[in-house]
Design a protein around this ligand. Structure first.
Ligand code: ADE
Length: 228
């Protein structure tokens, strides 16, 4: 998989890809992440990429030309399954969408800034718009890092134990059950007996029940009505 990220602040996006699972996946060639500085595509004297909005009002808008030039350049090199704009008014990101995107070959993520991008870019080039939640960040860079992380860890082989993504919260529509490690007793706080019983079917059953209870208490909205 290849992810191309278009941004006016590439520095903000470097570190997430230089550590942890993401770096390992990149080093192993399981994913390529390319950052593109939109200023490099500006024809203006001071590499300007934004301008005042028509109609007046506070806040600058990212101009069409540098974004279009960058998108067209990339699209001339390969085809993209999705050209995604990160924006608070996009589709709310969730595990289901991460699963879908993890099956793509090439995706392009455009980060907005200031008041956003000229609407004509959205109308003519963007195939999907994603929000990571109902709050406004100062740009689309952190959302692009969030979406990339969620997708990359789902690519087969990226996680050491391939089944571990399957037991994540949300993967089966439920929150994950609690987990424990050694010591089995600490300051008198004991690990649930069942987990050290060695009885795998019973452990599985306990985990399912815990996941269900946990979801019912914290996120009843995730359970379908008839299950509550
Ligand atoms: N850009 C600014 N806020 C955002 C959000 N919540 N989701 C996606 N992109 C954004």
């Amino acid at each position: 998989m290849r992810i191309d990220i278009l941004t006016v602040l590439p520095e903000l996006l470097k570190s997430p890809f230089e550590a942890s699972i993401l770096k390992r996946a990149i080093d192993a060639g399981q994913v390529e992440v390319h950052l593109h500085n939109l200023r490099d595509y500006s024809d203006k004297p001071h590499k300007q990429v934004d301008d005042y909005q028509f109609g007046g009002g506070a806040g600058m808008v990212l101009m069409i030309e540098p974004i279009e030039k960058c998108i067209l350049q990339l699209q001339s090199e390969r085809s993209y399954d999705q050209v995604i704009y990160m924006t608070p008014d996009g589709e709310r990101f969730n595990q289901q969408l991460a699963n879908r995107l993890s099956m793509c070959e090439n995706i392009l993520l455009l980060c907005g800034h200031y008041k956003g991008v000229d609407q004509r870019i959205r109308d003519h080039y963007i195939t999907h718009e994603i929000s990571i939640g109902d709050y406004v960040l100062s740009g689309g860079e952190l959302p692009a890092a969030v979406v990339s992380d969620a997708i990359i860890r789902l690519i087969p082989g990226v996680l050491n134990n391939e089944t571990s993504a399957l037991t994540d919260s949300f993967q089966d529509g439920l929150l994950a059950p609690p987990v424990y490690t050694r010591p089995a007793a600490y300051k008198g706080w004991k690990v649930p007996e069942i987990l050290i019983s060695g009885n795998l079917p019973e452990i599985e059953k306990w985990r399912d029940e815990q996941a269900y209870q946990h979801t019912k208490e914290r996120r009843p909205d995730l359970l379908r009505e008839e299950e509550i």
